[in-house]
Design a protein around this ligand. Structure first.
Ligand SMILES: [Zn+2]
Length: 98
């Protein structure tokens, strides 16, 4: 017997939508998270909402956090310094050649 129980109710969508922020923040309890995942797999409407909301959250976070990025010259100097010590394999260049 195939009791096709397609539990697609708007009420359920709304309830899960309310959790989306926590879901995106990773603060949703694992069981609720799994429930939301399961629903999303079956509900295109919620997928769109999650996609849109997820992008928005990412943008907001990017603007808010501004991840530290090494300036090119600092990185070059760092690499040069590392290259200097790493390039002295088996041969000491500490002796001053005049
Ligand atoms: Zn839904």
């Amino acid at each position: 017997m195939s009791d096709h129980h397609h539990s697609h109710s708007l009420e359920r969508c709304c309830a899960l939508m309310a959790q989306l922020n926590d879901y995106l923040d990773g603060e949703l309890p694992p069981d609720l998270c799994a429930e939301l995942d399961a629903h999303l797999a079956d509900c295109p409407d919620c997928q769109v909402v999650l996609d849109t909301l997820g992008k928005t959250v990412q943008i907001v976070r990017t603007l808010d956090l501004t991840p530290p990025e090494l300036p090119a010259d600092v990185e070059a100097r760092l690499l040069a310094r590392l290259g200097l010590t790493a390039g002295t394999t088996g041969h000491t260049t500490w002796g001053q050649h005049r």
